[in-house]
Design a protein around this ligand. Sequence first.
Ligand SMILES: [Zn+2]
Length: 440
Amino acid sequence: MIELAAVGGYSEVGRNMTAVKIGNDVVVLDIGLHMENYIHATNDEDVLNISAELLIKSESVPNVDSIRDWEGKVSLIIPSHAHLDHVGGIPYLCGRYPKADILAAPFTAAVLRNILNEEKIRIRNKIKTLDVNARYMQSDEVKVEFINITHSTPQSIIVAIHTKQGIILYANDFKFDLYPVIGKKPDFAKLRLMGDKGVLALIIDSTYAGWYQKMPSESVARQLLRDVLLGADNKGRAIIVTTFSSHIARLKSIVELGIKLDRKVVFLGRSLAKYVAAARDTGIADFTANVEVVKFKRQVSRRLKRIMKEGKDRYLIVMTGHQGEPNSSLYRLAHDELDFRLDPGDHVIFSCRTIPTPTNIANREYLEKLLTKKGARIFRDIHVSGHSAREDAREMISLVRPKHIIPAHAPLEMTSKMAELAYEMGYAEHKKYKYSPVAV
Ligand SMILES: [Zn+2]
């Protein structure tokens, strides 16, 4: 018998975790953080006081107590990609599953190792890497396969768990990008093959299931950036771009456009340094020749002072703080806490979307108010999401033809939109799961 536990991320965006029990073996897919709750809960805490219990209580990580009975059976933990809402809870919770190995694509494994080093957390679980498109034999009953898919961080995979009863397909997160800026196109042939072999259940990213569109390609975001960076007059002005640190493809576009502008590109902030190092170490993208990376707080301020002295129009500055997070580099800059002066007409480009939670919205509004007061020109939403919209989801369902569809990665408002799509495609409502839709 196969049992599936929706441990986290099935009624909210964040702290993703799914456990699949196949006979006596349990495979865990993702252990993620809920970023807002995590920041809130750990803000004033000494690092040494951050325990799994504190994080569970504050809803910063999945409530693993709900699968306590399975604890001793977990043999494998698989993070599907390097976003913190999928991998960030592993350092705190993998200790509960001492027998489990962590199996990840090389980039994801490198990011996890960097987190462990930075936070000085020691774990006993072995971290193993599996190449994208490779297979891993866990036991006679369980085989795992990593299928190449496109998303907003490199080496994102769809995890296929092959069992005697059929395939469990974990598509959390993905979009179908035919023109990716980094990496290969989605492996359509492999997905169709899964459908031929028989998919028992598809766990599917429903973040934008209510958006009636196919999510545009990352190359569209690159074009949006090109329009702003090369098309708006920035002579004599500072250019500051802020985006997701884990979005290596986006960073690559920014760097290439910076070179075109004949400006020196600098990346400021710890999280940028962490992801850029992982991309370099795994051979995905090496910015060493064209980008100066400044990691620590004190160095950031010093570097900005030098930029002011040398002429800020000679630089393209990339920094953290796209959601207006207090203590991020951009927040501190807007607050005059750094040795850098924003002048009227300087450009601030938000290559992101505001993640729509009350805290983020308030933080961003406040940050933009400060920037506007200084006369900065603000360019918002120079961005395309890495998540599937409704029509990507329809294609996924048509390709893999699952017996069951389990909407994930969203509040009920969006998971029910995914269910609605499934009904439209001929699936029926599974009566047993009234409050979190499952279609059969
Ligand atoms: Zn993601």
